[in-house]
Each structure stands twice: as C-alpha cells, then as structure tokens.
Design a protein around this ligand. Structure first.
Ligand SMILES: [Ca+2]
Length: 251
C-alpha cells in the first residue's frame, strides 16, 4: 500500500498542460545501502554486551564499537561473495552477500544480496545494525527477520528505538519438533522520529541460548512518510490534471 503511494510520489506527471515533477521520497534499504565504511551514511554497524535482562529488555550504552572491522570473505572461508563486520571468529557479526546469487559455504548459506546477523558465542553479544534518523519526520520501518536457507536454531530478534525495544520476535526451528517452525518475524512500524534518533536491529541467541546455526537474515527498508500537506498537494495536482484531461477530451 505505502509502496504505491511512494511510487505515485516520484512520478513525473506528463498530462496535457505540461510536466509536473514531484519530489522524490528518500528511502533506505539495509541490503542495498550496505556500507564498507562505519558509519556509512545513515547506517552504522556494531554490537553490545550490556543487556540487563535475558527476557529481551534492553539497557545498554549502545554506541558502536570502533574495533568492529569490515572483513572480506565470510568467517568460514575466503570468497569474494561475502563481506561483513565482525572482530574475531564467533564474535557478533554482520554479513552481506554482495552477489546476485545464493552463496553456500558448506555450513551456512545466504540468499542473493542478503544481510544477516549472528550473535556472539559469549552471550550476551548482540550485533547491531543501526540507522540514525537524518531529519525529524514520520518514517515507515518495514521488513522481516527470517530463517537462513538452512534452518536457523532459535534466535530472539529485536528492533530498538534509542535503546528501548519497540519490536520483539522469534525465529525458531527445533529439529525435535518441526511443527513449531517460525520462519519469519515480520515488522511494520510507523514512527515519528527526531533528528538523531537511533533505530537498532539486533539478534540474540534465542531461548535455546545456543550459538550454533544462529545466523538470522534481515530484510529492512525505511521510508519517509509524506506529510499530510504534501499528500493534499499531490491530490490537488492529480485532480487538476484529471480535470485538464476531461476538458481536452470534451472539446
Ligand atoms: Ca540459538
């Protein structure tokens, strides 16, 4: 639904009386914007070990940790397909498949262009993908956490606003009880943000507290929601264009 509105808004209207160029709406995508610098535009990459409550309540000094570095190749082997932010094997890690093809390491896999996160082995070690609001406004944050191609064990997944959880979910696969499978944790959050507000996406070890098979994928986009005044202006323009067309046809 919102995508439709967004598409309308970036259209250049070429109707009868002339061309009306409408302003493009800014948008961000966790995969398409994946950065090789830290921070990278509105995004930054880090982790935190200061989580006070295992029941997914967060209270940490969540500035990103400078020693988290971008490494080429996956933690399981060198390849040009995978890049990621982490500081040591089994540390909290953030991975990105740079290619348009699924990549399989033999012990984990990533879909084309996928971003995924893995908590560290020494719990609590939560990776953080952070987006900082560049301006005050209304934003739609939508997407999902999801299982890897090869089933993830369990992960708790969260979205934080300025260190307070605003979304908690689970992805879940228990080989002893496959009927309990939770493949995705979708989210759609409409937020009014101030400039500098921080949104964190993060993944924990899950109720099993098990590190193995703990890679969880993240698909997330953030879009500016047009002001009501802008929408009324757009409606007015579309209405005027329609009237102009009707007048031309009636001649
Ligand atoms: Ca787990």
């Amino acid at each position: 639904m919102y995508r439709t509105v967004r598409t309308f808004f970036v259209l250049t209207l070429t109707v009868g009386l002339g061309i009306v160029a409408l302003p493009a709406i800014a948008g961000w995508d966790v995969s398409g914007d994946f950065g090789s610098t830290n921070p990278s535009g509105a995004w930054s990459y880090g982790w935190t070990d200061d989580i006070t409550n295992p029941a997914y309540r967060f209270n940490y000094d969540g500035e990103y940790v400078p020693d988290l570095a971008l490494y080429p190749g996956g933690p399981g082997g060198a390849t040009g397909a995978i890049e990621g932010w982490w500081y040591a094997f089994a540390s909290p890690s953030i991975l990105h498949n740079k290619t348009n093809a699924q990549w399989d390491s033999g012990w984990f896999s990533m879909r084309a262009n996928e971003v995924a996160m893995h908590p560290g082995v020494y719990a609590p070690e939560f990776p953080l993908i952070r987006w900082t609001a560049p301006a005050a406004g209304d934003y739609l944050i939508s997407g999902k956490f999801l299982q890897q191609v090869w089933m993830t064990s369990t992960n708790d997944v969260h979205i934080l606003l300025n260190r307070t959880s605003i979304f908690d979910g689970l992805i879940w696969y228990d080989p002893s009880d496959p009927s309990q499978l939770i493949e995705e944790a979708p989210f759609s959050l409409l937020l009014t943000l101030a400039q500098g507000d921080k949104i964190d996406f993060t993944v924990g070890l899950g109720p099993d507290r098990d590190f193995s098979m703990g890679l969880a994928a993240l698909q997330a986009s953030i879009d500016v929601v047009p002001e009501p005044g802008s929408m009324m202006m757009l409606g007015g323009l579309l209405g005027s264009a329609g009237l102009a067309l009707l007048r031309r046809k009636s001649r």
